[in-house]
Design a protein around this ligand. Sequence first.
Ligand code: ADP
Length: 400
Amino acid sequence: MKILVINAGSSSLKYRLFDMDDASVMTGGVLERIGEASAVWTHTIFIQGNKKKLVRKQEIKNHKIGLYLVAGQIVDPETGVIDDIAQIDAIGHRVVQGGEAFGSAILIDHAVKQAIRDNNPLAPLHNPPNLIGIEVAEELFPGIPNIAIFDTEFHQTMPPKAFLYALPHEYYTQFKIRRYGFHGTSHKYISRQAAKLLGKNIDDVNLITIHLGNGCSICAVEKGKCKDTSMGMTPLAGIMMGTRTGDIDPAIIGYLLKHTHMSIKELDTVLNKKSGLKGICGLNDMRDIHEAAEKGNRKAALAVDMFCYQVKKYIGAYAAVLGNLDAVIFTAGIGENDDIVRAKACENLSFLGIKIDPEKNRLKQSRPFAIHARDSRVQVWVIPANEELQIAKEVMQIVR
Ligand code: ADP
C-alpha cells in the first residue's frame, strides 16, 4: 500500500511517499518559500538504501502549483518512484488543530473540512494552510481518499483537571479556551516505539516524552495515553523554545501593553518570534548557542541553562503526575542530537530513579539508543522523530 503524507504550512509543503508493505520511504521533500520570487524545492529519492537529492530554486506561485510539480516528479520516467499517481492508495494530511471534535484520524469529507475551518480561530497560522493542502490534493488527485491526522488528537485523553485553565468556566464552554497540546503525532509515535523497545505493551507503559525541536513540548504518558502536556491552547505555552516564550506570568501581557507602545499584533510577534532562546541570547539554533557559549558568550550559556532547567522542572512535575515512571524519551532536533541538554536536564534526578550514562549519552546514532546508566531504575532513550510514518500508519488503519 502506498501512502502519501502531506504537511502544508503557510509558505511550505512537506511530503513523503511511503511503501507501507515494509514501511519504507520511497521519496519525500519540502517546498519552501511558496509564493515568493524564488522557492526552494528539495526532493529526495530513496532507492535500495541509497539517497539521491535534487535541489531546485524556482518560482512556485502557490500550493496547487507546488503539489502539481511534486506529482510530476513522483511519476517522472527517469527519477520517479511510481508509474502512475493512481498507484497512491491514500493521502494523509497533518492538521494542527482538531479541537475537541476529533479523537482519531478521519476520512475527510465536507463536514470534516468544515470542522477544521471552525477550528481556524484556535490555530490561525496553521489550520488554513493545512486545509489548502487538503483541497489542492482533492482537486489534483480525484478519487484518492484523503485522511486528516490531528496534532491535538493524542492529547484528547487528558482529564479536565489537566486541560482546563482556572478561568471563568464559561470561557471554556463559550470560547473553547482549554489546553489542547500539540506535537501529538510525535509523542504518540515515540510512545509506541518506546513500548516496543521496553518490551512492553503500550497499555502498560508510563513515560515522559520530550520533543525538543524548534518547537518544544513534553508529555506525561500514562498507560500509553496522554495525561498532561506542556503546550496549551496554542503552541506558545510550556517550556521556552527557539523563539517562543513558553509559560510566562499572564499579567506580563497587560503590563507590556500598558507600558510600551506595542500593539497586540506586535506583542504577539515578540512572544512567538523574538523570545525563547533568541530573546535571551539573540540566537535560536541550539548548535549556534553552544558554539557561542563555548566562546564565552554568557547570555548563550544562560539560555542553555534556562532551557535545561525548564525541561527538568517538567520531568519532575510529570514524574509526580505519573507516580510510576518506566522511561524518559528524548526526540526531535535538540532531543536527538544534543547530549549537553539531555545531561543537564537529567542532572541530579537519581532520586526519581533517572540516571544517565555520560558515555552512552555522547553517542551519535540515527536509530533509537538507550542512554541510561546500568543502575538507573528509569530507562532513558533517544528515539528519532518520525511523525510522517505515524501519519501513514494511521491512514492505513482507515483505508485498509
Ligand atoms: P522542527 O521543530 O522545526 O521540526 P527540528 O526537530 O529539526 O525542528 O529541531 C531543530 C532544532 O534542533 C534547532 O534548534 C537545532 O539547533 C537543533 N539541532 C539540530 N541538530 C543539532 C545538534 N547536532 N546539536 C544540537 N542541536 C541540534
